[in-house]
Design a protein around this ligand. Structure first.
Ligand SMILES: [Zn+2]
Length: 403
């Protein structure tokens, strides 16, 4: 049986213990000691990290009354020393106690009952049984929580008989068991909990709701407490200062400036699209003029071969070019758009039905040049990684229409 020192003093981060057993397990050396400060995790709070017997603690598991410390090597010695990652533990103590406080304040502000909680390295999340809690309620809960942080109220833990515990205004129904560990934020919140907590609310520093996620009829409230909330403020401040420098404006003008930029960008994109469409029409007229006739088709009609290689013209303008060339019957068009490390190709025609199966015709050409693509009888498209393949591609397709 392992004595749980973390319940006697949550602020003890180093201890000495005796090794009771140790054996190689699937994940590392499973070591049981007679006493430990390492919290094994539970109630949404993760297990502690640190070192024990000169080894790194990989994970911690509860097995009956034993706490098994899984180490990255065989423990050195029998009388051993353990040391926790104190900063991480203090951080989770603040997150956890802050969660008790915020859960109580959500209840008080808007009758939002906590359904579940989770503590991650990013945020602390509280799920409440409400789809869209009003912003005003969340703001009120946050304000109430921070008022109690500033009052620096005591956080006390007591073990009580179930009957006695049930006389308290417990925030949520306690788990089964004749003895319950009750954590009280003085005069504010009472909850049965097996986690580790700070000694007074001042150590929570700050409670900040950082976002709300909607999930299946519930809401997941993300919150930051303690140093995390403070560090987050620092990051946000640095971000807003960097934006002010980039946009050469004051903090209050950032939103308007970014809105103006987005609006202007949408206008430019529209304008560019119009310019490109006009260019596509122009390019089509030129390419048709430079094109050459080839043998009449099965129906006896005149046929013309048209091609063009573009440099970074864009998918939409190339399509406009192809459509413009094919606006008259009897045409075969090859269009290639190349960039520094790729090329996209299109071959299409406006010949009669059953005339020139482009898919069959292009297949050996793209195989020889190492290109990808395919399509239907009158339109084939594809791409390749070598822009130098553009001209040989056009020449090879042209040969097929030289007869
Ligand atoms: Zn707790």
């Amino acid at each position: 049986m392992t004595e749980r020192l973390y319940y006697d003093d949550a602020y003890r981060f180093a201890f000495d213990a005796r090794v009771l057993s140790s054996r190689q397990g699937p994940k590392g050396w499973e070591t049981v000691i007679d006493r430990t400060c390492f919290y094994p995790g539970g109630g949404g709070q993760p297990a502690d990290r640190g070192t024990l017997a000169g080894r790194t603690v990989l994970s911690i598991e509860e097995r009956g009354d034993d706490i098994v410390h899984v180490l990255d090597g065989e423990p050195v010695g029998v009388e051993v020393h353990g040391e926790l990652d104190a900063a991480r533990r203090l951080d989770f103590m603040a997150q956890h106690t802050g969660e008790h406080l915020l859960s109580q304040c959500l209840l008080a502000a808007g009758n939002l009952a906590t359904v579940s909680v989770h503590f991650s390295d990013d945020t602390t999340t509280i799920e409440v049984a409400a789809e869209a809690p009003p912003d005003s309620v969340l703001a009120d809960a946050e304000r109430r929580a921070n008022a109690i942080v500033r009052e620096n109220r005591k956080v006390r833990t007591r073990e009580l008989d179930r009957e006695e515990a049930l006389k308290l205004p417990l925030r949520r129904r306690p788990p089964e068991g004749e003895r319950l560990r009750i954590v009280e934020i003085e005069g504010c919140d009472w909850a049965a909990c097996g986690g580790v907590h700070v000694a007074s609310t001042g150590a929570i520093v700050l409670v900040k709701i950082a976002g709300v996620e909607r999930i299946r009829g519930r809401s997941r409230i993300h919150a930051l407490m303690g140093e995390r909330a403070f560090a987050d403020y620092g990051r946000k401040l640095a971000l807003s200062q960097a934006l002010c420098r980039l946009l050469t404006c004051g903090e209050h003008d950032i939103l308007k400036r970014v809105g103006d930029l987005a609006e202007s960008e949408r206008g430019l994109v529209r304008e560019l699209r119009q310019v490109r469409a006009a260019q596509a029409g122009q390019a089509a007229a030129e390419a048709v003029a430079e094109g050459r006739p080839f043998a009449a088709g099965p129906d006896g009609g005149a046929r013309r071969f048209v091609s063009r290689v573009f440099d970074g013209f864009g998918e939409e303008p190339v399509k406009a070019f192809v459509d413009a060339v094919l606006s008259e019957p009897g045409r075969v068009v090859v269009a290639v758009d190349r960039s520094t490390n790729s090329m996209r190709w299109t071959v299409a025609h406006s010949l009669g039905a059953g005339d020139a199966d482009l898919a069959a015709l292009v297949k050996p050409v793209i195989a020889a040049l190492g290109l990808r693509g395919g399509g239907r009888q009158g339109l084939v498209q594809g791409a390749g990684s070598d822009p130098a393949a553009a001209k040989p591609f056009v020449e090879a397709v042209a040969r097929a229409f030289s007869a």
